[in-house]
Design a binder for this molecule. Structure first.
Ligand code: TXA
Ligand code: MG
Length: 401
């Protein structure tokens, strides 16, 4: 048995936290040059290679340090690692290494004008990345970090241009996920990470979704199971006199209002109409997003009228020979009959609806439906984030009844 050396340069190792792993060289491979000769992982049930991408299982409640370290090694060497956060899976690279960040754009086919959120594991790091942290932002970090809230701040000179696509601002968040936090700490650098999907596709909420989109394009996926929140973080611009929500997400507008005296919703946050008519502040919001392969039509309004219209549209499209999918809720399921019928969950629990949303959109694609007819839900709480995703997945093809 050949035994390879392990390099010692992670925090946890220096602090002596890492148990000696009793393993054989398992995953060393020419296809994974980024990992070099430091990676060893056993038993085989823990890891799997898909088209050269190494998927490693990790316990989300108690991430195994030796497994995290393999991913951290890839980050340190300028590679790409997908990892779970509490919201969705992110595709991470060393935020301070321009060559590494450039790889994110290539792997995702991400438009070059869409800046990337920088993830930190220690609240204090925001002062290294931002030039100025206003009082409102301090209050938000105290209340909501770690958590699904991203702050837009004036950036410091530490951050390379490519991470923020040349803007004078930076998006920062501290995720509430033990795996994400361990990865950032072990890597010893802030991690730039957009959602780990191909550009335009629904965000991934499982490691399998990441594999479906990015296998062969990235070095490692840490598989920590399904993400809890299911929609991305709320993005709030703290550089304007009155803070503005650019993207609703896992932290609700109502909760933000309790902490900030004043906060506004950017029109893009409600996504009632195409953002090409808006003055775009978050560059990402002008690109097509969350889109399944099938055409999605969103029906909004009073529930009984919504159900009626969904049934009419289903009948018309099925008569046309189309394979129709309906995205319903527990309360309305029994009204419908379609080729593929799925429920987001109960209308009384929007958190569950948010958790299911992207997975179900991807499932419709697997079933190869031609059209998805989706019910709208109320805009309260996380409902705003869900409707922002649905309206954009529908490419603003919305019927109001
Ligand atoms: O929950 C999340 O936020 C996930 C996980 C992985 O953390 N990340 C995520 O990243 O959703 P991404 O790239 O898919 O979406 C980030 C959004 C984009 O719309 C981007 O345009 C916006 O944040 N953004 C990033 N930096 C910005 C900046 N400096 N100014 C305005 N918007 C910014
Ligand atoms: Mg995204």
């Amino acid at each position: 048995m050949k035994v390879y050396s392990i390099r010692f340069h992670s925090h946890a190792q220096l602090e002596g936290h890492i148990p000696r792993c009793n393993c054989v060289p398992g995953v060393l491979d020419k296809n994974l040059p980024i990992l070099g000769k430091t990676a060893r992982l056993e038993p085989k049930s823990v890891w799997k290679k898909v088209k050269g991408t190494l998927k490693i299982k990790v316990n989300p409640a108690k991430p195994q340090v030796d497994r995290i370290r393999i991913a951290a090694d890839a980050i340190k060497k300028g590679g790409l690692v997908a990892f779970p956060t509490e919201t969705v899976y992110g595709l991470g690279a060393d935020a301070l290494n321009p060559d590494a960040v450039a790889k994110i754009f290539t792997a995702k086919e991400r438009p070059a004008d869409n800046p990337i959120i920088v993830h930190i594991a220690d609240k204090k790091d925001v002062y290294r990345l931002a030039k100025n942290v206003p009082n409102g932002a301090k209050k938000l970090t105290a209340e909501f970090w770690p958590g699904p809230l991203t702050l837009i701040l004036k950036r410091s000179s530490l951050v390379p241009d490519i991470t923020v696509v040349g803007l004078d601002t930076i998006a920062v968040r501290m995720p509430n996920s033990k795996v994400a936090l361990a990865l950032i700490r072990e890597s010893g650098t802030p991690i730039a990470a957009p959602s780990a999907n191909r550009a335009g596709k629904p965000s991934p909420t499982t490691a399998q979704h990441v594999i479906d989109d990015l296998a062969g394009r990235i070095d490692v996926v840490l598989d920590g199971g399904s993400t809890k929140v299911g929609v991305e973080s709320t993005v709030i611009d703290m550089t304007t006199r009155i803070p503005r929500i650019l993207r609703p997400g896992g932290t609700s507008f109502e909760d933000l209002k309790k902490v900030l005296c004043k906060v506004r919703l950017h029109p893009a946050a409600t996504a009632e109409k195409g953002t090409w008519v808006l003055r775009v502040r978050a560059p990402g919001i002008k690109h097509r997003h969350y889109a399944p392969e099938a055409q999605l039509i969103l029906i909004e309004g009073k529930l009984d009228r919504v159900v009626k219209r969904v049934k009419e549209l289903t009948a018309v499209n099925m008569a046309d020979g189309k394979k129709v999918g309906i995205l319903a809720t527990d309360e309305t399921m029994s009204n419908y009959d379609a080729d593929v019928l799925k429920s987001l969950g109960s209308r009384s629990n929007v958190a569950v609806i948010a958790r299911n949303l992207f997975r179900l959109l991807r499932e419709f694609d697997k079933e190869k439906v031609d059209i998805i007819i989706a019910e709208g839900i109320p805009l309260k709480g996380m409902g705003l984030a869900v409707m922002n995703r649905l309206r954009r997945a529908a490419n603003f093809n919305i019927i109001r009844v």
